[in-house]
Write a new protein. Structure first.
Length: 297
């Protein structure tokens, strides 16, 4: 996890201003946070998609070996995109958590995680939130349960950082591979994605719980991938594309490398749920462009 610690200044200000001279009453912690400017960074709150843990199957399907590969995470793309726009002064604080959901049990619940605590503690000027795919894919949560958990997630950020800008991403359409249909992709259907997005859209309306929060901008993920067909999804992957995606080794990587040694012109099967290299590149480019327009001149 790539954390940025900006706590020293906050602790100092809290200690020195609680009993502010000339005031009839001491400042509260809440009022101190309100007056403290955000840190110059972009926080990322994501699941395996942002973290970079994805699933591949080796041919032939359906018997081929299945495993996890660690591909280039969101923050690596965003770092390059911000630099390209002349925003090298904006740090990137990655608080993605593999397999995380908002409605999951405590072990994989993002709201109960160290990563969420770090996201709040970093107090970034900009924050990219979601989508948390396991909440749809596991087929256990309802859209209403998902949005109910979005409120405390975003509320926690605003409580400690009321000047933050929060970009909330909804869900994109997947084309799940057959090997995911009976496990981690069981609920990742067009109908469920549409139902979750409808609920999020309702919350994002001007009179909705999220729409009333001036800090929150709701973004449509599918629109970001306009014109790409299904190329934004991790599907059939060649050796060259696999090498471009690979970020860190996993136990499954040697099997993939051996497959391509034996079959250099064939492809392996991506899960069809997570984003491909092109999808990651497009998404983070768009986020960097949005952020650049909000930076003071």
């Amino acid at each position: 996890m790539n954390r940025i610690f900006f706590v020293g200044r906050a602790i100092c200000i809290l200690t020195l201003t609680i009993a502010q001279p000339g005031s009839r009453r001491p400042l509260t912690v809440a009022s101190t946070w309100t007056g403290l400017p955000p840190n110059n960074c972009v926080g990322i709150a994501s699941d395996s998609n942002g973290f970079g843990h994805v699933t591949f199957q080796l041919p032939p399907a359906p018997e081929g070996q299945i495993g996890i590969i660690y591909i280039r995470p969101f923050y690596a793309f965003l770092r390059d995109d911000l630099d390209a726009l002349g925003l090298g002064n904006l740090a990137v604080a990655d608080h993605s958590m593999t397999a995380a959901g908002l409605t999951a049990s405590e072990r994989t619940n993002y709201l109960s995680s160290v990563q969420y605590g770090g996201l709040i503690g970093d107090r970034c000027r900009f924050n990219i939130v979601g989508p948390f795919i396991p909440d749809v894919a596991a087929a256990k949560a309802t859209p209403q349960q998902y949005t109910a958990q979005l409120l405390p997630l975003i509320g926690g950020l605003i409580d400690k950082n009321p000047q933050a800008a929060i970009f909330l991403l909804n869900f994109y359409r997947a084309r799940r591979a057959d090997f995911t249909a009976t496990n981690n992709g069981f609920g990742m259907t067009d109908d469920r994605v549409a139902a979750f997005n409808a609920q999020i859209a309702q919350f994002c309306q001007a009179n909705g719980p999220l729409g009333k929060m001036s800090q929150v901008t709701c973004l449509d993920s599918q629109s970001i991938f306009s014109g790409m067909g299904d190329d934004y999804l991790l599907q059939d992957t060649s050796n060259a594309e696999f090498k471009r995606l690979l970020f860190k080794p996993t136990g499954f990587e040697p099997a993939v490398e051996q497959f391509f040694t034996d079959h250099p012109d064939e492809t392996i099967i991506g899960d069809g749920i997570h984003l491909s290299y092109a999808g990651r590149e497009r998404l983070m480019q768009r986020m960097a462009e949005i952020i650049s327009r909000l930076m003071p001149i």
